[in-house]
Design a protein around this ligand. Structure first.
Ligand code: SF4
Length: 221
């Protein structure tokens, strides 16, 4: 199945459109609206990860939509066993935001979104601890620590059996953040079973979770 295409009831289809950190330009929104009117139900659904979905697409209109999509400059994705779209808060503009959340989300998107993993992997970035709960429900949740450093939570998830992420016991300097996420993705790819979420792997292998904590301390110091 092509990334970003989901089956619906009654032989209809949905396409999921990636934003960058939850942001679409007004021009992109107009293009999405036009495609929804031409090929879908005329409705657009906003998702919790900042993507947009055009739904109600009849099977015989799907190919036409995909052709139109390729010319639109929009990105399909956010499905399957991949790193999913980056969730980001409004911390760039919000009075509580401690750093430029949108800029970091753009860089995280470019570095990681769409990479293959055993199940799916969700990264969220938030400008203050008001979103601790959201950070704890990501595979990697990023919050501000001191100046130029971040606090990470790993292995959180929602779904049928939600679990809170585990706080990584050392602040992660901004200069090491991408290296740490690469390392976590590498552990997940090497040690995770097909279909297993990262959080389940950490629960199943507590010694691995402890080793990760030690390795990140080494990476960051
Ligand atoms: S998490 Fe904090 S910085 Fe981000 S939007 Fe909420 S209050 Fe603002």
């Amino acid at each position: 199945m092509t990334a970003g295409i989901l089956p619906q009831k009654e032989n209809r289809w949905t396409v999921r459109i990636l934003s960058t950190g939850g942001v679409f330009s007004a021009a992109e929104l107009k293009r999405i609206a036009g495609l929804a009117e031409r090929f879908g139900s005329g409705h657009v659904t906003a998702t919790s990860r900042g993507t947009m979905e055009i739904d109600g697409i009849a099977a015989d209109k799907l190919d036409g939509l995909l052709d139109a999509f390729h010319e639109s400059g929009l990105r399909l994705g956010g499905t399957g066993a991949t790193v999913r779209s980056i969730t980001a808060c409004k911390g760039t503009a919000c009075v509580h935001g401690a750093f430029d959340v949108a800029a970091l989300a753009v860089r995280l998107d470019a570095a990681f979104v769409g990479q293959p993993v055993p199940k799916k992997f969700k990264i969220g970035v938030f400008g203050c601890w008001n979103s601790l709960g959201k950070a704890c429900s990501q595979d990697v949740g990023i919050l501000p620590a001191g100046p130029g450093t971040f606090t990470l939570h790993m292995g959180g998830m929602m779904g049928r059996t939600p679990q809170l992420g585990i706080q990584i016991g050392t602040p992660v300097p901004a200069a090491r953040l991408f290296e740490v996420i690469e390392y976590l993705l590498g552990v997940y790819r090497r040690q995770g079973e097909a279909g297993e979420r990262f959080g389940r792997l950490l629960l199943r292998r507590p010694e691995l979770a402890a080793q990760i904590q030690r390795d990140i301390v080494s990476l960051c110091n």
